[in-house]
Design a protein around this ligand. Sequence first.
Ligand SMILES: Nc1ncnc2c1ncn2[C@@H]1O[C@H](COP(=O)(O)OP(=O)(O)OP(=O)(O)O)[C@@H](O)[C@H]1O
Length: 252
Amino acid sequence: MIRMLTIDALTHSYPGGHTAVDDLSLAVEAGELVTVVGPSGCGKSTLLRCIAGLQRPTGGRVLLNGDEIRDVPDSLAMVFQSYGRSLLPWLSVRDNVALVLRHRYGSRRERRAAALEALAEVGLADAAAKHPGQLSGGMQQRVAIARALAYGPKLLLMDEPFGSVDAQTREDLEDLLLALRARTPVTVVLVTHDIDESVYLGDRVVVLTGAPGRVLAELPVGLPADRDQIKTRQDPEFVRLRAEVGRLVREK
Ligand SMILES: Nc1ncnc2c1ncn2[C@@H]1O[C@H](COP(=O)(O)OP(=O)(O)OP(=O)(O)O)[C@@H](O)[C@H]1O
């Protein structure tokens, strides 16, 4: 069987010689949700940009379904931390989502209908005609998630997606992601600074070393797939893993 994503001895050095990621290898199976944690500056965003084809590796390779990524793949969507910069402020929320559907639907009417459906999935059907500036940060991030999923990606890359919202909204968005993912066959690689979040969301937690980033440990998460913000966080497996990931991140 061909793996969805294979990162094979990936190295990325920026012009000037700074090596952000060094000899990093990782495999992700179709349908998995892998979370990536590591100390600040260890190259997490660089890793995601190399997977997204936005940056070329200076060493090693990234393969998607067995093919080397040389450009931004069609089957990929990305959600960033800064929702403020990822939505176009002059377009309605519905048109922000419809914009990415040009390749899938011929007519504007079809695109808008599909966008509405995606917004309904994230509980924002009523906000479709509003502009991003009229929504809270959490709602804007819901729009970004709706847009990413409306596109129908096989692989979803998320870079600190819930890092800019308050704690309650963060929990709501975490559960939204888990619910959407249970309904859609999508593979997710999610970078986070938050150790609890890495365990709560992940099927597997990948801990990177300090800069330059390499894989320090991979921990399978032996929690039931059906996660709950209160029950899961009290589960002894959650408590054990959170302590272990915390120890590894500090160990670097
Ligand atoms: N465009 C760039 N040019 C030069 N150096 C860069 C560039 N982008 C990132 N770096 C450097 O590469 C290293 C890794 O950066 P990266 O943003 O990938 O790390 P990160 O783990 O995502 O960081 P953080 O956890 O703080 O968000 C850092 O030392 C950073 O300064």
